[in-house]
Design a protein around this ligand. Structure first.
Ligand SMILES: Nc1ncnc2c1ncn2[C@@H]1O[C@H](COP(=O)(O)OP(=O)(O)OP(=O)(O)O)[C@@H](O)[C@H]1O
Ligand SMILES: [Mg+2]
Length: 250
């Protein structure tokens, strides 16, 4: 399968803190790809650099055949509209209803004025995330899990080709984690959207990802299928997996 995102020799530091030292990876189109690693190792920085929230110090990033790192800021932004993201705290605007939260990107970013068309899309997506008819609710009336699902629906409003999830299940109880994992899987399978999940929730990554990359101290130390990761002889990976799965058994 062709790569939808390719990263070559990506470097990003904050002063002396060299977070991404030499990151290269290829995310296959339509895959459900997990990037795992210890807390503080640079997973969110990697995601934000791909999304253009941080400028890379060096290295190259492609979306399909277009090299993002060679484009003007304006062109870069245009291409990056193919990327959607859903961050850890869902980051809904509390002063807007659910419906307004969802219509905001279409109105503000795409300048679509047709209210009927927007409302129809909002209703369709709320039904798709199995929360039909909650347009008029305020974010603080929703449970944490519902907020997360609405955050995913908002990202889907822009019809992204790649959807990035930063720690979608971290801090959730097991039942809610499963709901979110199922939603990510549906986004991938039913909508055919490439999903990139950044997480230190290893069991979730194993349950749903078809490819896993392991980021450690600024480098990708593994990139392959989950069953290959389990067989890895890398001491750091073995330790990390042992601890993650032991915690589950307690
Ligand atoms: N805006 C920033 N300015 C300076 N340093 C930053 C900034 N954002 C992140 N860092 C640093 O980059 C390093 C990696 O942070 P990052 O948030 O990417 O970790 P992470 O792997 O996502 O961890 P977690 O699993 O806890 O979310 C940390 O040392 C952090 O202090
Ligand atoms: Mg993070």
């Amino acid at each position: 399968m062709a790569a939808i995102i390719r990263i070559r020799n990506l470097v990003k530091a904050f002063g002396e803190n060299r977070v991404l030292r030499d990151v290269s990876l290829e995310i296959p189109e339509k895959s459900l790809y997990a990037i795992i690693g210890q807390s503080g190792t640079g997973k969110s920085v990697l995601l934000k650099t791909v999304l253009g929230m941080f400028e890379a110090d060096s290295g190259r990033i492609w979306f399909k055949d277009t090299e993002l790192t060679a484009l003007s800021p304006r062109e870069k932004n245009r291409i990056r509209r193919n990327f959607g993201y859903s961050f850890q705290n869902a980051a809904l605007f509390d002063s807007m209803t659910v419906g307004e939260n969802l219509s905001f990107p279409l109105q503000e970013v795409l300048a679509i004025k047709d209210r009927g068309q927007i409302n129809k899309k909002v209703a369709e997506l709320l039904a798709w995330i199995e929360l039909p008819g909650i347009e008029c609710k305020w974010p603080d009336e929703l449970s944490g899990g519902m907020r997360k699902r609405v955050g995913v629906a908002r990202a889907l409003m822009m019809n992204p080709q790649v959807l990035f999830f930063d720690e979608p299940t971290t801090g959730l109880d097991p039942v809610l984690s499963e709901t979110i994992n199922n939603l990510v899987t549906r986004v991938n399978r039913e909508l055919g959207i490439t999903c990139v999940m950044i997480t230190h929730d290893i069991p979730s990554a194993f349950r749903i990802a078809d490819r896993i990359a392991f980021l450690d101290q600024g480098y990708i130390i593994f990139d392959g299928k989950p069953e290959e990761l389990v067989r890895s002889d890398h001491p750091m990976i073995k330790d990390f997996l042992r601890i993650s799965f032991n915690e589950l058994r307690i």
